[in-house]
Design a protein around this ligand. Structure first.
Ligand code: FAD
Ligand code: EPU
Length: 338
C-alpha cells in the first residue's frame, strides 16, 4: 500500500476546499482495506468517497482512506430481477449508466448524483421520487475496529429521508466495500410522479417513457438547476428539507400561502428548504466568496477560494435568517468534518 504525507484535499472535495490531511491512502480492494486498518496510523481515519457531501471546516488531523474499489457485475438473476453488485469506489452515475445500457430498471431517477457507490447507503441518496432504499438488496461493510466483514440487509439499515444507521448508531463503525441492488429486467416500475420530471418528459414529447428517457429527463432538470461542481464548488443541497407538524405548516401558511409542502403522513409534512431560504432573501446573494445559488437557494456555493469556515459561517447566517422568519431550524445535510 502506498501512503502519502501532507496531501491537499482540494481535488478530492466538490466544494474545492484546500484542506490538508497528514496521511493519505487509496484502497482498491477489500483486502487492501483490511491491511490498512491493521496499521495503527490509520486506526482513526476519515473515509472519503467522491467528496461530494462533505465540508472540511479546517485542515484534518486525521488520516484519509480514499475508497477506490472497482467493479460492476450481475451476481444473481431470474427472469424478472437481477442483483447487481458494485464496488464502493465505482462512480455512482457510471453504475446508473451501466444499468440503463443493460436494461436494468430502478435507479434511472438517481442519474447524475455525484459521488461513489459506497456512500450511497450512508445518507440513502434520493432524487425525483426514488431513494436508494427502494432498490437496496444488501451491502458489505468492514468493521473499523476488528476488520471483519458484515452483510447489511434492508431491515438492518434503518433507512429514512437522507438517513441510515450508518449516520446514527453505526456512525464511523463500518466501511462499505460493496453494494448490491435488486433491479428489474422487464416490466420496470417507472416513477414519473415528481412534478418537474413529468413536466420535462412532456416537454421532451415522451409519452411512454423508457428507463433511458427518464435518465435523460432527470439529467436535463439537474443540469438546469444544479451548479456543476467542476465549475462552481458546491455539495448539492446544503440543508435537509425540514419535516414539521401539519399544525406548524398551517401557521406558516397563514402568513405565506404559497409554501411548497410534501405530505409524509397524516401528521407531518416536508417543507422545501430552498423556498424558505429564498423567502429569507438569501437566494443568489453573494457574501465575499460564498452564497446560496441563484437557481437553487438550497445549494451553498464557493465562488472563489472560500475556506470551510467561511462556508459554514454563511450557512449559519442562513440558519439564523430562516429561524427568524419561520421559527424553523434548518439542519445541514452535508457532513461537517472537523
Ligand atoms: P463523500 O462526500 O466522500 O462522503 C460522504 C459521507 O459518507 C462521509 O461521512 C464519508 O465519511 C462517508 N463515506 C463515504 N464513503 C463511504 C464508505 N465506502 N463507507 C462508509 N462511509 C463512507 N445527494 C442525494 O441524495 N440526492 C441528490 O439529488 C444529490 N444531488 C447532488 C448534487 C450535487 C451537485 C452534489 C455536489 C451533491 C449531491 N448530492 C445528492 C450529495 C452527494 O452526491 C451524495 O450524498 C453522495 O452519495 C456522496 O457520495 P461521495 O462518494 O461523494 O461521499
Ligand atoms: N424552491 C424554491 N426556491 C429555490 C429552490 C426550490 O422556491 O431556490 C422550491 C421549488 O420551486 C419547488 C421546491 O422548492 O417547489 C422543491 O425544489 P426541488 O424540486 O428543486 O427540490 P429540493 O427539495 O430543493 C430535493 C433534494 C435534492 C434532489 C431534489 C429532487 C433535499 C435536501 N434535496 O431538493 O437532493 O435532487 O429534491 O428530488 O432533499 C441533495 O441532496 O444534495 C440534492 C440535490
Amino acid at each position: 500500500m502506498e501512503t502519502k504525507k501532507q496531501v491537499s484535499l482540494k481535488q478530492y472535495n466538490t466544494f474545492g476546499i484546500a484542506a490538508t490531511t497528514p496521511l493519505f491512502v487509496k484502497v482498491t480492494s477489500s483486502l487492501v482495506l483490511q491491511e490498512v486498518l491493521k496499521d495503527v496510523r490509520f486506526k482513526d481515519s476519515f473515509i472519503l468517497g467522491g467528496g461530494s457531501n462533505v465540508l472540511f471546516l479546517k485542515d484534518l488531523s486525521l488520516p484519509v482512506i480514499k475508497i477506490a474499489i472497482p467493479g460492476i457485475k450481475i451476481i444473481e438473476e431470474n427472469e424478472d430481477v437481477a442483483i447487481v453488485s458494485a464496488g464502493a469506489g465505482v462512480v455512482w452515475h457510471d453504475l446508473v449508466m451501466w444499468c440503463i445500457a443493460n436494461n436494468l430498471g430502478g435507479i434511472e431517477n438517481l442519474s447524475l448524483i455525484p459521488g461513489l457507490v459506497g456512500a450511497a447507503p450512508i445518507q440513502n441518496i434520493g432524487a425525483y421520487g426514488v431513494e436508494l432504499s427502494d432498490v437496496f438488496h444488501n451491502a458489505i461493510g468492514i468493521g473499523r475496529e476488528k476488520g471483519g466483514s458484515r452483510i447489511f440487509y434492508l431491515e438492518d439499515c434503518e433507512f429514512g429521508y437522507r438517513d441510515s444507521i450508518f449516520k446514527n448508531e453505526l456512525k464511523d463503525s463500518y466501511i462499505i466495500t460493496t453494494l448490491r441492488l435488486s433491479l428489474t429486467k422487464k416490466n420496470h416500475r417507472l416513477n414519473i410522479d415528481y412534478g418537474a420530471l413529468s413536466q420535462t418528459l412532456e416537454e421532451m414529447g415522451v409519452h411512454s417513457p423508457t428507463i433511458s428517457d427518464i435518465a435523460k429527463a432527470v439529467t436535463r432538470i439537474r443540469s438546469q438547476k444544479l451548479p456543476n461542481p467542476e465549475l462552481l464548488g458546491n455539495a448539492g443541497s446544503f440543508f435537509k428539507n425540514p419535516i414539521v407538524s401539519n399544525q406548524k405548516i398551517k401557521t406558516i401558511q397563514n402568513k405565506f400561502p404559497g409554501v411548497p409542502t410534501y405530505p409524509i403522513d397524516g401528521n407531518y409534512s416536508k417543507i422545501a428548504a430552498g423556498w424558505l431560504i429564498e423567502q429569507a432573501g438569501f437566494k443568489g446573494q453573494q457574501h465575499g466568496n460564498v452564497g446560496m445559488h441563484k437557481e437553487q437557494a438550497l445549494v451553498l456555493v464557493n465562488y472563489g477560494n472560500a475556506s470551510g469556515s467561511e462556508l459554514w459561517n454563511h450557512a449559519q447566517r442562513v440558519i439564523a435568517g430562516v429561524k427568524q422568519l419561520f421559527d424553523l431550524t434548518l439542519e445541514p445535510e452535508v457532513n461537517l468534518i472537523n
